[in-house]
Design a protein around this ligand. Sequence first.
Ligand SMILES: Cc1ncc(COP(=O)(O)O)c(C=O)c1O
Length: 359
Amino acid sequence: MASNRKDVTIDNKIDDLPKIDTESRRPIYLDYNATTPILPEIKNVMQQAVDHAWANPSSTNHILGRTSRRWLNWAREQVGACLNVSDPNTEIIFTSGGTESNNWILNYIASMKPSSSTLPHVITTAIEHPAISQPLKALSRAGLLTYTIIHPIPRVGSITAEQVADALQDNTVLVTVMAANNETGVIQPIEQIGQLVREINTARQMQADESDNPSEYVPLFYHVDAAQIIGKGVLTEPGKVDVKSWCAHYVTIVGHKFYGPKIGALYVKQGIPLAPWLHGGGQEMGKRSGTENVMDCVGLGAACQISKKNNEKNWKPFTLVTSFLRKTTHVDVQRINSSRFKTIHPKHKRKHRKIKIQQ
Ligand SMILES: Cc1ncc(COP(=O)(O)O)c(C=O)c1O
């Protein structure tokens, strides 16, 4: 019997949205290390993904699913090209953001057993984002790993590869260093540290080969939190965005720091182990299950493409802005947000003291 559906009304109107303050003057927003607005061009591409790539990208048995899969693949290729990876299809995994990517790596490292009697040891820096320092603290409190914090050189804001070498222990399995700091913008010597990690691995391998037990080899992995370097116009050495020149095994990528949506990715070098993080439908090469958020992945891909394209063009204007700020604020721009107030012009000192510093 046919049912009478006349009494059913579907109401798709969205009510009670949060108020948008249109009365006050538009604020001047300068905190692009916290987040950036999405570029109109990227919004446009994301809208196209919403309209045309909304189907489940795993439903490749029909044309709509295959379209989504194509857009997702495109996004992965853009991220891969931006970082100069060897094979985006196997080396780029989409995540919800930098916090997730960092937690994933550290939790995986915590599950390692360098030897029957030692915990995994991690080398990190005092200037890492809480997305590294807090999980490290939690994992150490849980008795799953130990770690050493390297302090940057005063007034320079950067650590050195020698400090990493000094902190090395037999059970060190990970070095995790941010590429650029979110407060000071100081670029860390990630290429040199990567080179050092490579040399340490060669030495450890030789030592294990010469010993009676070749399985003694304890690999040292290298993770770079690249959240604050991609899309910042950094082209020349040091700090070129290139996972190969960094000799990195794992790299964290965060889309909303360079005009993309609030989503992230993780680069995992081919052949480098990483246990699955989320179990379920086997998406993202079986490493991070869950239906992919195609629209945001596409937004991240678009941001990566734009960043790669504009890197060369941006370098000059960035240096001009830096020198303009130096001249007009009398502040060493590199330290404008750091805890070292000594460099701030005396006239501005009191005001700056009120700023809460996150280290
Ligand atoms: C260096 C660095 N790593 C990780 C993150 C965390 O990114 P998200 O908050 O998007 O997870 C941030 C965000 O500020 C960051 O600056």
